[in-house]
Design a protein around this ligand. Structure first.
Ligand code: ZN
Length: 135
């Protein structure tokens, strides 16, 4: 079964954060819950990518900190949100607004070493549970 923003946020105990962000523009943002979330090794030097069609996270996030995983996930959720509301993507105020709604600092880039390599096995299992309770 493929993850969605709903299941992924739930596993990371972020459901309330997303629910609150969606509440600012519920009619446009309600579909956010069913946006698929997938690990994608071919992101190479990017930690994530997000749109209304999907959120892609580098598998290196599975071996970094919970903070990096959460910040990257919410950064990409912000892109999906701006897509639903404005139909465009970037790091302009459209995206900054969504980051504020998500309670995040609108940082444009992350430097996560574990996401700088493409040599992580593509079959690395998704193991979110290990992040729960750590920080
Ligand atoms: Zn971005």
């Amino acid at each position: 079964m493929i993850d969605t923003v709903e299941t992924f946020a739930n596993d990371l105990q972020l459901s309330y954060v997303v629910e609150r962000a969606i509440s600012f523009d519920y009619d446009k943002l309600q579909p956010l819950w069913s946006v698929p979330v997938q690990w994608k090794i071919t992101l190479r030097r990017r930690a994530g990518y997000g749109s209304t069609h999907g959120i892609y996270l580098h598998p290196g996030l599975q071996i970094t900190t919970k903070k990096d995983l959460i910040e990257t996930f919410l950064h990409e959720v912000g892109h999906a949100m701006e897509g639903f509301i404005y139909g465009r993507y970037g790091h302009s105020y459209n995206w900054v607004e969504q980051m504020i709604r998500l309670g995040q600092v609108p940082k444009r880039t992350h430097s996560i070493m574990s996401c700088m390599t493409k040599y992580i096995a593509q079959t690395t299992p998704v193991d979110i549970q290990k992040f729960i309770g750590s920080s």
